[in-house]
Ligand binder design. Structure first.
Ligand SMILES: C[C@H](O)[C@H](O)[C@@H](O)C(=O)CO
Ligand SMILES: [Mn+2]
Length: 427
């Protein structure tokens, strides 16, 4: 049933079903086509980066798995990304971390500049893939005790402040080059393994450091600053300086973009329920769409209830212009191009499902107090022929339909990724 005539026939039948509910399928697809997901570079190489050290990950982040073939150079990462983008319908963005610069020799984090990212800017231009950015506050000797911007030592704090300032300049240059704002997201691991005696002082230091980084006003048409909270990390189980309350207050009081990572809250706490509250008080949100599993916050995004709820909230609240959708997962136990493809296609599929809801009808039933009909219609919606619309969208976007994309990844793995030796052998 994957030949193109069958796909179109199934699409026509599905359109009739959706349209009988008052859903405008063409409008839904036009909207979906305009949404650019920010695909995270770090799934491609297990968050190792290109700083020329051994790429050992640390400071609250861990990648598990040893699937062969991770990207070891910027060229390999770009090639892997190009394959992933060719399997995902629509035009998307790339979210780069500062440790992915191209460095001739050792360049410390407080010294990085636009030159180190010119290769990425050129690539972005040639591919039509806009960039987002992140300072890297981990995997560094000056973060080895788990503190950076909230460090008690003013010299270490200043080093990381300078890193943040350098990253804002790079993000602004990216935004200028691509003609749209580069979202620059700040996440710091700072926290304590065990019960702190003073929860207040590190938070005061973090706020002061962030204020120093953001002191210079940069054009929002070039770059937007985002801040990301976390409940706990490996080694910061008892206390994280940048908690949800800390950053919610910080973003509101400084007019910053608030980043909500789906894996950064209590296991039963969901970010879908936070979107409409946060957007009452902050101008914009950045989402790190991820999937928490027990203690780990970064599994590949699947078509889960929470993924669907996140996309429903964005659509039902009419927030597409105020929410930047990014991804954040890193799984080294499966093919990494497949991980990107699965996670991004799922995010888009869930967004399509939300766009195909009879939102106005559901909200009208709710206003009228008809909760029986609201529940009945929401449940019926779950078995509407989403797959037929999705297949048409993939086919008309020139990307593989169904699991056909997997063959392309397997072929690439056989021809390219499997020939990569271990990182230590790469220069
Ligand atoms: C590598 C990312 O910046 C990182 O995952 C951060 O966004 C995060 O979620 C940390 O847990
Ligand atoms: Mn994140």
């Amino acid at each position: 049933m994957t030949n193109s005539a069958n796909i179109e026939q199934a699409f026509q039948l599905a359109c009739e079903q959706y349209e009988s509910l008052g859903v405008d399928v063409k409008a839904a697809l036009d909207t979906l086509r305009r949404v650019a997901i920010s695909v995270h570079c770090w799934q491609g190489d297990d968050v190792a980066g290109f700083e020329g050290d051994d790429g050992a990950l640390g400071n609250g982040l861990a990648v598990t798995g040893n699937y062969p073939g991770r990207a070891r150079t910027p060229g390999e990462l770009r090639s892997d990304l190009e394959l992933a983008y060719s399997l995902i319908p629509g035009k998307h963005r790339l979210n780069l971390h500062a440790l992915y610069g191209e460095f001739d020799g050792p360049v410390d984090r407080d010294e990085i500049g636009v030159d180190h990212f010119q290769g990425w800017i050129d690539w972005s231009n040639s591919q039509g893939v806009s960039l987002d950015f992140n300072p890297s506050y981990f995997s560094h000797t000056k973060a080895s005790d788990g503190f950076t911007l909230a460090h008690a030592d003013s010299g270490i704090r200043q080093f990381w402040i300078d890193h943040g300032i350098a990253c804002r300049k790079i993000a602004a240059a990216m935004g200028r080059a691509q003609g749209n704002a580069c979202v620059n997201n700040f996440w710091v691991p700072d926290g304590y393994k065990d019960t702190p005696a003073n929860r207040k002082a590190p938070r005061e230091r973090l706020a002061a450091s962030l204020d120093a980084i953001f002191a210079e006003a940069l054009s929002p048409s070039e770059t937007l600053d985002a801040v990301e909270c976390k409940l706990f990390g490996i080694g910061s189980e008892s206390y994280v300086v940048g908690s949800h309350e800390f950053y919610m207050g910080y973003a509101i009081s400084r007019n910053k973009v608030l980043c909500l990572d789906a894996g950064h809250f209590h296991p039963t706490e969901v970010i879908s329920d936070k979107i409409s509250s946060a957007l009452m008080y902050v101008p914009e949100l950045l989402l790190h769409v991820s999937r928490g599993v027990r203690w780990d916050s970064d599994h590949v995004v699947t078509y889960s209830d929470e993924l669907q709820a996140i996309m429903q909230e964005i659509v039902r609240g009419d927030y597409l212009d105020r929410v930047h959708i990014g991804l954040d997962f890193f799984d080294a136990s499966i093919n990494r191009v497949a991980a990107w493809t699965i996670g991004t296609r799922n995010a888009l599929k869930a967004l399509l499902a939300a766009l195909l809801e009879p939102t106005e009808k559901l909200q009208q039933l709710e206003r009228e107090g008809d909760f029986t009909a609201r529940l009945a219609r929401m449940e019926e919606q779950k078995t509407m022929p989403l797959g037929a619309i999705w297949n048409h969208y993939c086919q008309s976007s020139g990307v593989p339909v169904g699991a056909e994309w997997l063959e392309k990844v397997q072929q690439y793995e056989h021809q390219v990724m499997s020939k990569r030796s271990d990182v230590s052998a790469a220069v």
